[in-house]
Design a protein around this ligand. Structure first.
Ligand code: GRF
Length: 199
């Protein structure tokens, strides 16, 4: 009651299937009192931008070429400030931003990682590499983690985590698909918890 509508920004670089999961969760009413005010992509041809347009969400391509990490981060911060963003969701966003964004949007930036952090996080642990490593290490379980973004790489506090059995899968792409299903389930839950101030 009396809750004001919260503004979410989703940052993508690729397919945006996690973005889609959040869009769907808002459209079905699972997440209330929030809207995606903009989708920002570091890649012009990211399918995530198309998903945004399909749902009449402002889609913004922010080009990093020729900019330092600090300058690019500044551009992102300006874009977020202009739209009075309450929550920033990183969803397959492939750029590493300067610490300034973490200071400016402290505890307002969340990320999804396709493994059970703190395992299989950090440098080089992104995309398919994560799943290759999980298979290589013969892990019994993998999963997905939504966490706050801090100044480290995949080190912020965990909001929600769910595991899934590797079950002898040896194809990293197959494992990636299995984990993506978990991601699409837990990311909207984390967003809902944030919006309802239950974290
Ligand atoms: C996901 O696996 C996410 O965990 C990782 O990048 C991937 C993005 O997929 N950070 P999508 O663009 O949401 O489909």
């Amino acid at each position: 009651m009396g809750n004001k509508m919260k503004n979410i920004a989703v940052l993508v670089s690729g397919g945006g299937s996690n973005l889609q999961a959040i869009i769907d969760a808002i459209e079905t009413g699972f997440i209330r009192d929030a809207k995606i005010s903009c989708v920002i992509s570091s890649k012009e041809d990211a399918f995530g931008l198309k998903r945004a347009r399909n749902h009449n969400i402002e889609s913004i391509f922010l080009d990093a070429s020729g900019l330092s990490r600090e300058e690019y981060t500044e551009k992102i911060i300006e874009t977020l400030n202009d739209r009075k963003i309450d929550l920033v969701c990183l969803a397959g966003f492939m750029m590493i931003l300067s610490p300034k964004i973490v200071q400016t949007y402290s505890h307002k930036i969340i990320n999804i990682h396709p493994a059970l952090l703190p395992k299989f996080g950090g440098k080089g642990m992104y995309g398919i590499h994560v799943h290759e490593k999980v298979i290589e290490e013969r892990e019994k379980y993998t999963g997905a983690t939504v966490h706050f973004v801090d100044e480290g790489c995949d080190t912020g506090s965990v909001i929600i985590q769910e595991k899934v059995e590797v079950n002898g899968i040896t194809d990293p792409k197959e494992l990636q698909q299995k984990v993506l299903k978990i991601e699409h389930k837990i990311y909207p839950i984390a967003v809902k918890m944030f919006i309802e101030e239950k974290i």
